[in-house]
Design a protein around this ligand. Structure first.
Ligand code: ATP
Ligand code: MG
Length: 402
């Protein structure tokens, strides 16, 4: 297939917007006689006038050949072999053009292993630029910027979809989501972050395939969920996740609890939580992932804790710790690291303790290593519910005195 080529005068990407590290890699490869394309999210974001998070490079040089071009280069990756070129403040990821992963489990070579569920376990088969573009997830993520003539190469119709603000799966959505269910979450993230619509057949496939998220690696899901929190539009992501039936497959217990008859008031808390996460993000405030999970799960953990206290005579703080561990133990889909789980439990345990406004308690609490995150939670909860205004004020005073 002939790609659509947009020559330099007909698009807006200028080299000034590309980091000097990425330019060095692109020119280094080109001067060594290879194809050198800027690929993926970098091209997409530049065309949208947004600041790219990072620049990825695609080339026909093999990882070993890339390593020969750059001294500051290391090969990494188990699932895919990639080259990382190191600069002072930046790492440029260079990947060799790859062939698309086969839709069925007819492996094309012994390097291709497809598990029974249809998930591709390993692929390291090099391919043409066209194949590399078409194996990518969405049309807007499949654009190349060619350093040889500063043109944009579009194999998948990404330019048109960018203009129309559409997230469109390359190929058959059902097949592509089966191959890698994480693409479902990526679709939500890009649609929310870029303020795009998900194309209709992809929406249908998401609804039909969302339960496949159960087959994903739990550590990959943990990472993807962090990206959802960090995308700046987590509120919209979770609206979409609810609308397309994804939410309950990410957080099954929480989802079931929300879907119970009196769920209306419960989603209120979540909406405020996501709005807060986005405000922190907009202000450039880096928040510990444990605090984000504590907030998202917060009301549900409070609810479990009330049940525990109805059965056992234990303090509220201890019940909250127990509630956190019970839920997270069940949550086998997302591998929340042990240290983070512990931190979530401490944040929760802190909540009832903020209701005791004595100097002795202040001294003890302020010294605690989870104090700040627990306090951020308390402040959020007080404002979200309109409760504990006096205590909040008192603790603000104590912090100033410290
Ligand atoms: P971000 O701004 O979040 O970095 P991105 O589009 O660059 O967005 P990455 O996760 O950095 O996303 O991936 C880089 C590129 O690799 C994507 O643009 C896409 O072309 C391709 N890609 C990433 N993950 C997948 C996947 N699961 N399936 C197919 N292609 C993928
Ligand atoms: Mg990227």
């Amino acid at each position: 297939m002939q790609p659509h080529i947009i020559a330099r005068p007909d698009h807006t990407i200028s080299r000034k917007e590309i980091s000097s590290a990425a330019l060095k890699v692109l020119y280094g490869l080109k001067d060594a006689g290879y194809f050198a394309y800027l690929a993926g999210g970098g091209v997409r974001d530049l065309l949208l006038g947004r600041d790219p998070k990072d620049f990825d490079v695609a080339t026909n040089a093999t990882p070993e050949e890339v390593k020969k071009v750059f001294r500051n280069c290391r090969l990494i990756g188990r699932r895919f072999r990639l080259a990382h070129v190191y600069f002072h403040r930046e790492i440029i990821e260079v990947s060799t053009f790859r062939a698309p992963t086969p839709a069925d489990d007819e492996a094309r070579s012994d390097q291709h292993v497809v598990a029974e569920s249809g998930i591709v376990m390993r692929d390291n088969v090099f391919g043409s630029p066209e194949e590399d573009a078409l194996r990518r997830d969405f049309t807007v993520n499949a654009l190349f910027y060619n350093i040889a003539d500063f043109s944009i190469i579009d194999y998948a119709g990404g330019i048109e979809d960018l203009e129309n603000k559409i997230i469109r799966v390359i190929g058959n959505p059902a097949t592509r989501f089966t191959e890698d269910p994480v693409r479902i979450i990526r679709a939500l993230r890009f649609a929310a972050a870029l303020d795009f619509e998900i194309e209709e057949s992809a929406r249908e496939a998401i609804r039909a395939q969302a339960e496949r998220l159960e087959d994903c690696s739990s550590s990959r899901l943990y990472e993807e969920i962090q990206k959802l929190f960090a995308c700046g539009k987590s509120h919209r992501v979770f609206e979409l996740a609810a609308e397309l039936g994804v939410f309950e497959h990410l957080f099954p217990e929480l989802g079931a609890w929300l879907n119970a008859p009196d769920g209306e008031s419960k989603t209120h808390w979540l909406e405020k939580t996501f709005a807060q996460i986005d405000r922190w993000r907009a202000a450039g405030f880096r928040v510990d992932p444990a605090l984000l999970f504590a907030l998202v799960f917060g009301e549900y953990h409070e609810w479990i804790a009330r049940h525990i206290m109805a059965e056992e005579d234990i303090p509220h703080a201890d019940a909250l710790v127990e509630a956190t561990h019970r839920h997270i133990r069940q949550l086998d889909r997302i591998r929340i690291p042990k240290a983070a789980t512990h931190h979530i439990a401490e944040i929760m345990a802190g909540q009832p303790r903020f209701l005791t406004t004595t100097p002795k308690n202040a001294k003890r609490m302020l010294r605690h290593r989870s104090f700040l995150d627990a306090f951020l939670y308390f402040k959020f909860a007080a404002r979200a519910t309109g409760r504990h205004e006096k205590e909040l004020e008192w603790w603000e005073e104590q912090r100033k005195k410290k």
